[in-house]
Design a protein around this ligand. Structure first.
Ligand SMILES: Nc1ncnc2c1ncn2[C@@H]1O[C@H](COP(=O)(O)OP(=O)(O)OP(=O)(O)O)[C@@H](O)[C@H]1O
Length: 361
């Protein structure tokens, strides 16, 4: 059975900024299931941080309902009275939600192990148990041999590992990562994302990943929500959203737009200038898994008399699923091209067609 871990219902958050009201989050509902890696993406200022800070009530919503693990943290109808969990209980419940940030926020005057132990200062564990827990976590994040170092003696990636160990000190079920890889070099970014993926599978940790880096969500997220101006404008399974983006902004974020422009730019105009507009089109093919291009091109020619010319192609990995993109021109009569496109779609290839007149005017 699917277990809902986080449920945000109709969340609004407004701020007063110099006398004006800024609506940072507008009527957003979001459900995160146990074991999800849920990416929340969007440009700076879209409202991502504000939205996720609502989960543990670091940010109070103006209206809406926040439920974590079946427990109502906050509830307020638009013009109603707010009901919220008591302060002491909230403090305890927050321990179930670890957080990591872009800036690691480590205590510079404390060693790595003391930084992790510090997160257990309110726990009822004995000092020896606290140390054992911190050592266990440092081992989990691959830093057992750096436990007596100070933060300044570590690389950014290593400091983020310490921050992750500290965030896991109270054995939380949920980890919120707010731009945790944004300040890291590409290599450390990949390693931190791999670590988050490992923690997700080994501990069944539910992760909410806020980022403006599409590469980060591509590497590990199962689901994504795209935010713009305080609203979630598109959401769903990562592979679905990446292969069938609906909103213009999503296309922009994942680069589909740029790819189309590149295809139009690279189009061999000499080769098509004498071809009648009705006899060719530009097509964007997307396929998951392994599709062999050569036989498809040969088949379209042999069975449908449609000539395929590849403009460019690319294979990407979305959460370990290979996803191929091909921009091609299809030459042939309208009826033959329609039959060929139908064959491609029936074979599981997603086809987006661009009329020749739209492409070159
Ligand atoms: N405490 C605050 N007081 C006033 N306005 C705020 C506050 N926090 C956020 N905002 C405003 O709310 C909007 C959303 O900000 P938020 O930080 O949630 O966006 P974001 O998508 O996380 O972007 P970034 O990655 O730049 O933080 C912005 O217009 C921001 O200026």
């Amino acid at each position: 059975m699917v277990e809902k871990v986080i449920s945000l219902e109709h969340i609004d958050v407004s701020f007063d900024q110099a006398g004006a009201t800024v609506q940072a989050v507008k009527d957003v509902s979001l459900e995160v299931e146990k074991g999800d890696i849920y990416g929340v993406v969007g440009y700076s200022g879209a409202g991502k941080s504000t939205l996720v800070r609502v989960i543990n009530l670091l940010q109070m919503p103006t209206a809406g309902k926040v439920v974590v693990n079946g427990e109502v943290f906050f509830e307020k109808a638009k013009d109603g009275q707010a009901k919220q969990i008591g302060a002491t209980e909230l403090r305890t419940k927050r321990r179930n939600i670890g957080m990591i940030f872009q800036h690691f926020n480590l205590l510079e005057e404390k060693t790595v192990i003391r930084n992790v132990e510090f997160a257990l200062k309110h726990s009822k564990k004995k000092p020896a148990e606290v140390t054992a827990q911190a050592e266990r976590l440092l081992k989990l994040v691959g830093l057992e041999d750096r436990k007596d170092f100070y933060p300044a003696q570590l690389s950014g990636g290593q400091q983020q590992r310490v921050a992750i160990a500290r965030a896991l000190a109270n054995d939380p079920e949920i980890l919120i990562s707010d731009e945790a890889t944004s300040a890291l070099d590409p290599n450390s970014t990949v390693q931190i994302l791999d670590l988050l993926k490992k923690l997700n599978s080994e501990l069944n940790l539910t992760i909410v990943l806020i980022t403006h880096q599409m590469e980060a969500v591509k590497q590990i997220a199962d689901k994504i929500a795209v935010m713009s101006e305080g609203e979630v404008i598109e959401r769903g399974d990562l592979v679905d959203v990446f292969t069938h983006p609906k909103q213009q902004l999503t296309k922009e974020l994942i680069g589909t737009d740029g790819e189309l422009n590149k295809a139009i730019h690279l189009l061999d105009r000499d080769a098509i200038q004498n071809v009648n507009h009705e006899e060719w089109e530009l097509a964007h093919l997307t396929y998951t898994g392994r599709v062999v291009v050569e036989p498809i091109a040969a088949k379209l020619y042999k069975d449908f008399s449609v000539e395929v010319s590849i403009i460019f192609g690319n294979v990407d990995e979305l959460r370990e699923t290979p996803v191929g993109t091909l921009f091609v021109t299809l030459k042939g009569s309208t009826a033959d091209r329609q039959a060929a496109v139908k064959y491609l779609r029936d074979s599981g290839v997603d086809v987006e067609e661009f009329n020749s007149r739209e492409v070159i005017g």
